[in-house]
Design a protein around this ligand. Structure first.
Ligand SMILES: Cc1ncc(C[n+]2csc(CCOP(=O)(O)OP(=O)(O)O)c2C)c(N)n1
Ligand SMILES: [Mg+2]
Length: 624
């Protein structure tokens, strides 16, 4: 007879989660680093009680905002290269909906996280329960259905035994490198508390190892043939290189074949910044070293990248009419994008097999040498814009220079939205793989501080530096208090340019009037003067407003020694960004307007569009 154990559905869930294991650095560890929780009536009695039972094996962490706690969980998974992850549980209604944006962030970035929102009563007797949204035509709809399009797997648990197949499927998705993303198990409030005789075998310890798919023989042969014929090959390293921990294999391949590498936001730190073949950032926020090669490349080996518009300059950057893209990706959806020659495989396996097959082959030396020279020229440009200054309102680039000088490349640098991503992508000199943590798949304002907390949980021995704008800070800063409470120290550098600087610049570039971005240009009775240092200090952080770039460097030296979260605020110039590098980005400009500035911007926009169209026609012709 099957041995069973009588548990509530929520107790079965938490017991199961605590028994899932993996290996990190040769040591067996739980695959779930813990559970973030904000309780309400929809989860406190069921999931809350069950989490308490397993609190020693599966720790619970309390946050101040459901979106933020999900950000921390997601950043934890990213910092662990998806080898370990966390769950996030909320009550029903607003708590659950607060996680939708974070779920989309994880979905876009292909990051594993388990969402456990409470849900309405399956028996529907108390309908409508507090916080239940009522659909006039669909009795099965609840607010949690908003999580469906942003979950890789969604299930609603309406009977206690359903949790078994649902958790089995959840683990498949969370650990599958191709499918990987958010999983939502919506837990009906009454069912969380319902008991069932679960087979004991369901709770047996399970050990998960990352799957590494090898390439198909024919796809590999086709890719090798194309590469061997290449005169101007270029590698784009995307986030998949990091998730697969394929940096060594990447370095071996490109050093052997003399192929320059450029990096997406997600892929930055695949190679150290000072690797001579690393051209740095590519695309809209790219370096001149990378972008001039992208314009000429005849074969583009795109590794672990979604090829989003910032990488391809909205498909106007890669100008070689006959170019071939090889899509080395573990996910066929990405591998075959834009008529790429697919090479479906784990990045490390794929790169290793390509290197073996290309042994002895080298790209023309003129191409490689030219790339190395371009990198040196770029570095000289970058050094100029990041040099120290006495300006009252320094640029973002000058602040980046100060952070780099004070903290070096050995820290984990994290950012997500505003003007910083573009500047950091170009200018930050990253060290080891994973030392540059950008959330630029979804570019979610408010990811930064909670994200930093997740990274610190994953890497407690590392110095985590969060760079953030005033806008992002005001959107979501509450987890500063959590970082202080948990003793997880962050160094936060807040650039106060008194508004949404980058969108204001975009507005000007598209012919718009300065309107509703900088605080001074927004409807107001009193111009706000926000004391960010006082605000951060009120949550327990060590906080200081620094008067200058030199002052920032001094304060950062002290911050390094601090054991408590430190927030350093500096006033910056909202109008400047780095001119060097970059490429066109498709942002639609109005076709008609009463503003001559808009009409002029539209004219330029149409010229850029026709340039891209003629590029596409040339491409099609060369493919015939
Ligand atoms: C949640 C969210 N809302 C809106 C945006 C659009 N957006 C991108 S950057 C930005 C302004 C960010 O302001 P701040 O953090 O001060 O950075 P700055 O642009 O001044 O460098 C806005 C509104 C976004 N990315 N995320
Ligand atoms: Mg700002």
């Amino acid at each position: 007879m099957t041995k069973t154990i009588r548990l509530t559905m929520a107790q079965a869930l938490t017991r199961f989660l605590a028994r899932q294991m993996t290996e990190m650095d040769g040591k067996k560890v739980p695959i779930f680093g813990g559970v973030w929780a904000i309780f309400g009536h929809g989860n406190v009695a069921g999931v809350g009680e069950a989490l308490y039972q397993v609190r020693d094996e599966l720790p619970t962490f309390r946050a101040h905002n459901e979106q933020a706690m999900a950000h921390a969980a997601i950043a934890y998974a990213k910092a662990n290269f998806r080898r370990r992850f966390m769950a996030a549980t909320s009550s029903i209604g607003p708590g659950a909906l607060n996680m939708v944006t974070a779920a989309a962030l994880a979905h876009v970035n292909r990051l594993p996280v388990l969402f456990l929102p409470g849900d309405v009563f399956a028996n529907r007797i108390p309908d409508p329960v507090l916080q239940q949204a009522e659909d006039f035509s669909d009795g099965t709809a609840t607010v949690n259905d908003c999580l469906r399009p942003v979950s890789r797997y969604f299930d609603r648990i309406t009977r206690p035994e359903q949790i078994m197949p649902a958790l089995n499927r959840a683990m498949q998705v969370l650990t599958d490198p191709a499918e990987c993303g958010p999983v939502t198990l919506a837990l009906c409030q009454d069912v969380q508390a319902e008991a069932y005789d679960y087979p004991e075998s369901f709770f047996a310890e399970r050990f998960w190892t990352p799957r590494r798919q090898r390439p198909d023989r024919n796809e590999l042969a086709a890719a090798v043939a194309v590469l061997k014929a290449a005169k101007k090959p270029l590698v784009i390293a995307g986030g998949g290189v990091l998730y697969s921990q394929a940096s060594e294999e990447l370095a071996k391949l490109v050093q052997g074949a003399g192929i320059p590498v450029c990096e997406t936001q997600g892929g930055k730190s695949s190679l150290p910044d000072d690797h001579p073949l690393n051209m740095g950032a590519v695309g809209v926020t790219g370096t001149s070293a990378a972008n001039r090669l992208a314009e000429e490349a005849d074969v583009v080996l795109a590794v672990g990248t979604r090829l989003q518009d910032f990488t391809t300059g909205s498909w106007a950057l890669f100008k070689h009419a006959g170019r071939t893209i090889i899509g080395l990706n573990v996910q066929p959806f990405d591998a075959g994008k834009h008529q790429a020659l697919p090479l479906v495989a784990d990045a490390a396996e794929g790169l290793a097999e390509l290197a073996a097959a290309l042994k002895g082959w080298k790209a023309p030396s003129g191409w490689t040498d030219n790339a190395i020279t371009g990198k040196k020229n770029w570095q000289a440009d970058a050094d100029k814009v990041t040099a120290s200054t006495n300006a009252a309102y320094p640029s973002d680039a000058q602040v980046i220079g100060a952070v780099q000088r004070a903290m070096g490349s050995g820290v984990v640098l994290l950012h997500a939205a505003g003007g910083l991503p573009g500047e950091l992508h170009k200018l930050w000199q990253a060290g080891a793989p994973g030392s540059y943590h950008a959330e630029y798949g979804f570019s979610t304002m408010g990811y930064e501080i909670a994200g930093g907390l997740g990274v610190k949980m994953a890497k407690p021995d590392e110095e985590v530096v969060v760079m953030i704008g005033d806008g992002s800070y005001l959107m979501l800063n509450s987890e500063i208090a959590t970082s202080v409470m948990l003793g997880l120290k962050l160094t936060i550098v807040l650039l106060d340019n008194r508004g949404y600087g980058c969108i204001n610049r975009l507005q000007m570039a598209t012919g718009g009037a300065n309107f509703n971005n900088l605080l001074k240009d927004a409807r107001h009775e009193t111009l706000p003067e926000i004391d960010f240092a006082a605000h951060a200090a009120s949550m327990g952080a060590i906080a200081e407003k620094v008067p200058s770039i030199a002052g920032l460097e001094t304060a950062l030296a002290q911050a390094k020694k601090n054991t408590r979260t430190t927030v350093l605020v500096i006033d910056t110039d909202p109008l400047v960004s780095t001119e060097a590098g970059g490429s066109w980005w498709d942002v639609a400009v109005p076709e008609v307007s009463a503003r001559p500035q808009v009409n002029a911007a539209r004219k330029k926009y149409e010229e850029a569009l026709s340039g891209r169209v003629s590029l596409a026609i040339r491409e099609r012709a060369s493919n015939v």
